[in-house]
Design a protein around this ligand. Structure first.
Ligand code: NOJ
Length: 556
């Protein structure tokens, strides 16, 4: 077994596989959320065998790589982001042979594979944490996490005032081995997710070893969960006030975006570079601004960082232009590609979030795919799936729902911070049990009529969102102007319209124009008389004003 798995360092590349250097600079990376993608064994939960069977669909869609959310051994307190064994597959998803088979098949089809790495915290069922509990205060095992005595005369107050991202205090008290109330441990997320102490060398050694384990299995990279959280400010100082959730991503916090994280990524980069075929690291880093994000992708650190500033931008031409410029400007000095993302497993699907239905979602996608850098597509967005907003409470599994309550984070921003609605298993077939998700049911209920969005219904329909994605991704491959480079040439456009030119090394230049305004917009001077529409998000024929919530790719 070990031998069989270890020979993955030189993956077989399919005939169409992209051998260019820096494949990741303009890659389109498709996020598979394994429990909701495809169910191979009919138990209602997606798995690796199901995902492997569907890889030809992804190759045909035209993406370059697949990112798999966690499939490791886990009690699933946070849908797998609570890892009990970093080197084992949870039985609900399969086993290491299934992972090996998936990686091999992806490579055969010319797809790269990125796996999720969860280094900020483990599961409370992880062997280290269990031993730390058993051994009690003073054990070296406790130093691998953040255990502290409580405050107050009897130690029954948390060691500091930090709040969990999922609501409530970020500390939980545990009994001492003799059963009396004992120390508290830190968990920035759920109590089942104790934070590692990254000042402890054993933690650093362990993760270097875990990286090598998966690199030896042949993976092409890692998406690093909570990459901004590993280092906590010395002494774990109080924040001094409540409502800390609102501050996430707005400033450097004693538990987020501390400068000490960067030396960890420098050491990981050295490991990635030991392997052939350009293995990459992608930071899930929530930072106050694009400049702070750029620090994670300096030449000796990670390769990419998610652009949550873009994801969080409203459907407004001026705001979008500002964030696009800020993103590109911040990445240029460090030489890293900008990334673009509209949807993932933690946010309201962009069809619903942007507030303009499917037309706006499609226009947003064409805008994203015309920008220089790497783009992330979340499973089901290519089907134009909406957020499922009416899940019954008893079906929900997101720990945020249980800790924050049914009204979510109370931010009033239209996103309640609850995440089951974007995780409903995707429809492959028009009807049948779980709409082709598997031979059994579906771990979250799928809405009636979900099959109308299915792959089967949309395939071959030129007006469908699936075919729009296929066309856009094929054009992105065919035209060097899309995706490549590190800047855009803005064109003068009426208020509410974004228009920019992309020039390819092949001499072809394309214009992307998108109307975010409330009325159709004339585009004099933007689209030259001699050109033609390559692709439009709503079937606009290229004559007359550009309709609202419509994007066009125009070849000059
Ligand atoms: C970010 C992941 O995307 C999210 O799903 C998870 O709950 C937290 N990190 C904690 O691991």
């Amino acid at each position: 077994m070990t031998q069989h798995l270890a020979d993955r360092t030189q993956p077989t590349r399919g005939p169409g596989h992209d051998q260019r250097r820096d494949w990741w600079r303009d890659a389109v990376i498709y996020q598979v959320y394994p429990r909701s993608f495809a169910d191979g064994d009919g138990d209602g939960m997606g798995d690796l065998a199901g995902a492997r069977e569907r890889l030809p669909y992804l190759a045909d869609l035209g993406v370059d790589a697949v990112w798999l959310s966690p499939f490791y051994a886990s009690p699933q307190a946070d849908a797998g982001y609570d890892v009990a064994d970093y080197r084992a597959i949870d039985p609900m998803f399969g086993d290491l042979h299934d992972a090996d088979a998936l990686i091999r098949e992806a490579h055969r089809l010319g797809l790269r594979v990125i796996v999720d790495l969860v280094p900020n915290h483990s599961s409370d069922r992880h062997e280290w944490f269990q031993r730390a509990l058993r051994e009690g205060p003073g054990s070296p095992l406790r130093d691998r996490y953040h255990f502290r005595p409580g405050r107050g005369a009897s130690g029954d107050l948390p060691p500091n005032d930090w709040e969990s991202i999922f609501g409530g205090p970020a500390w939980t008290r545990v009994p001492d081995p003799d059963g009396t109330p004992g120390e508290w441990y830190l968990h920035l997320f759920a109590p089942e997710q104790p934070d590692f102490n990254w000042d402890n060398e054993a933690v650093r050694d362990e993760f270097r070893s875990v990286l090598r384990f998966w690199l030896d299995m042949g993976v092409d990279g890692f998406r690093i969960d909570v990459a901004h959280g590993l280092i906590k400010a010395a002494g774990l100082p109080d924040m001094g006030h409540t409502g800390q959730l609102k501050l996430l991503g707005t400033q450097v916090l004693p538990f987020f975006d501390q400068d000490g994280v960067h030396e960890i990524y420098r050491s990981w980069r050295r490991i990635l570079d030991e392997y052939p075929n350009q293995r990459i690291g992608v930071a899930e880093a929530w930072t106050p601004n694009a400049g702070r994000t750029a620090l994670y992708v300096r030449p000796d650190e990670l390769h990419q960082a998610f652009n949550f500033h873009y994801l969080n931008t409203a459907w407004d031409a001026a705001a979008l232009r500002e964030v696009i410029d800020a993103s590109l400007d911040s990445m240029r000095p460090v030489g890293a590609p900008t990334t673009w993302v509209l949807s993932n497993h933690d946010v309201v699907r962009h069809r619903t979030r942007l507030g303009g239905g499917i037309a706006r979602a499609r226009a947003a996608t064409l805008l994203m795919l015309a920008l220089p850098g790497s783009a992330y597509v979340y499973q089901g967005e290519e089907l134009g799936l909406p957020e499922v907003t009416d899940l019954p409470d008893e079906a929900r599994q997101d720990p945020a729902f249980f800790r924050r309550g049914p009204h979510g984070d109370g931010s009033g921003d239209g996103q309640d911070g609850l995440r089951d609605g974007c995780r409903v298993p995707i429809p492959w077939a028009a009807d049948g049990t779980s709409y082709g998700f598997g031979a059994g049911g579906s771990w979250l209920p799928q809405p009636d009529g979900w099959g109308a969005h299915s792959v089967a219904v949309q395939t071959g329909d030129p007006a469908s969102t699936l075919e729009l994605y296929r066309s856009a991704l094929a054009l992105r491959r065919a035209h060097a102007a899309l995706g490549a480079g590190d800047g855009v040439e803005w064109l003068d456009a009426p208020a509410g319209v974004l228009a920019f030119r992309r020039r390819g090394a092949d001499g072809v230049s394309l214009v992307c124009a998108v109307n975010t305004g409330a009325a159709p917009a004339e585009l004099p001077g933007v689209l030259t008389a001699g050109g033609h529409a390559l692709l439009t998000s709503d079937g606009w024929d290229g004559t007359g004003p550009l309709p609202v919530d419509t994007a066009v790719w125009w070849q000059e």
